[in-house]
Design a binder for this molecule. Sequence first.
Ligand SMILES: Nc1ncnc2c1ncn2[C@@H]1O[C@H](COP(=O)(O)OP(=O)(O)OP(=O)(O)O)[C@@H](O)[C@H]1O
Length: 259
Amino acid sequence: MRTHATGTIDALKTINAVELHDVHREFGTGTGTGKVTALDGVSLAFPRGTFTAVMGPSGSGKSTLLQCAAGLDRPTAGSVRLGGTELTALTERRLTLLRRERIGFVFQSFNLLPSLTAAQNVALPLRLAGRRVPKPQVREALHRVGLGARTHHRPAELSGGQQQRVALARALITRPEVLFADEPTGALDTRTGKDVLTLLRTLTDTEHHTIVMVTHDPLAASYADRVVFLVDGAVSGELTGASAPEIAHHMTTLEAAPC
Ligand SMILES: Nc1ncnc2c1ncn2[C@@H]1O[C@H](COP(=O)(O)OP(=O)(O)OP(=O)(O)O)[C@@H](O)[C@H]1O
């Protein structure tokens, strides 16, 4: 586990893990199709060691934002920087390598390989990167998410919450600079979802991971340090340290706003 003196942690949070500058993403610019502006000039920074939730009405551009920030999609215009690296300037090959080495992902569907054990799933990113797989590191990763006793279980032998924990351990095994989570609790019941959110919170508090999470759920968003709201592909505001009812109330005002 990484430890930092308090002063060092504060300094850490002044450095941005990811920065977006005036990011635009348009779809359907080919002939015969209408143009959809999914992102319309988004500028945002995600400081290291912080947990940010992204919320907004359906179709407001949340997933597109996450995909562009994570180098899974390319903006039509604008800049995305991970640490000192400009993602929009990279070739596909370098972008793939960067995602593998420096970015972690978890999705609503856990995307585990059913034929592999929990330990083998967690080791996969290291194998894909051609790196050595130290067994103690894999055991430790599963232990950190509370699954130290389940290393040899296959996904079908684990609950939904346990599968999402394996997906988290897998996402973190390469010690990524940022963890992107798209509706990580969307397929879980309330109690199991809370366990996963508590784990995400702990990962930021104790190991200073940078987390960016898209969610529809005000309760999930309340686990974050900051909630950024999108409307029609643009940032419409943010709340810091807000409770679930405060976030829910803000969402209601956004959804009630005229288009
Ligand atoms: N591949 C695509 N081709 C065309 N339009 C797209 C594509 N992906 C997204 N869009 C459009 O871009 C807009 C933003 O979509 P996005 O999925 O980012 O929104 P969202 O806020 O994540 O929505 P939801 O909460 O419903 O998942 C929508 O109008 C959507 O229809």
